[in-house]
Design a protein. Sequence first.
Length: 236
Amino acid sequence: MTAIEVTDLHKRYGETRAVNGVSFTVASGETFGVVGHNGAGKTTTVECLIGLRRPDSGTVRVLGIDPARQRRILAQRIGAQLQESELPDRLKVAEALKLYASFYRAPQDWRSVLERWGLGPIRNKGFGDLSGGQKQRLQLALALVGSPELVVLDELTVGLDPIARQETWALLSDLKASGTTTVLVSHYMDEAEALCDRVAVFSAGRIRALGTPRELIEQTATGSLEQAYFALVKES
């Protein structure tokens, strides 16, 4: 089944074409990577997927729903962790999960989510007192507490130390094993190569290439997704 279908998506800001004719599909249960440099069109595309931006033209369907017209309905079926997500410093971990669970009609037991994602020992810590890795772990838990069919994760591991980053990778592997459809936006090519079934390489508002990490590496006759990315962007 198809979880996401985007056809000829366009979005402008003044004279700037942020997204210029993007089309792709994501299968149910797939971990789909979106990579590209700043300004490549990644974030705008993701914001159109979750209903934060309305496309100028083209069609977007997420779980069969038009995000621009039916955002509230879609919000009950998806989860999202965005790069700029912040919480009040004094809001405790347990309080945050309980609050977010209240937004959904059929959430998971927030206490179970708390334990599953290793947040039990810090349940009474305020958000402002958490380490970078702990904040990211909480943000992921908040994105999942509503039992989403699909989750969008934007730059989940930016700013994390190597240990916290590896821990987050393990959490994402668990998420994949659960069958949840995931859109992972990342600057880190090694992350996309390790975790994603397929990767879309964005450049100048377009998808320059799309395929499995292995397919992109073979297409460019390189040795890693990072090398493939630079080869593809240089050609565009």
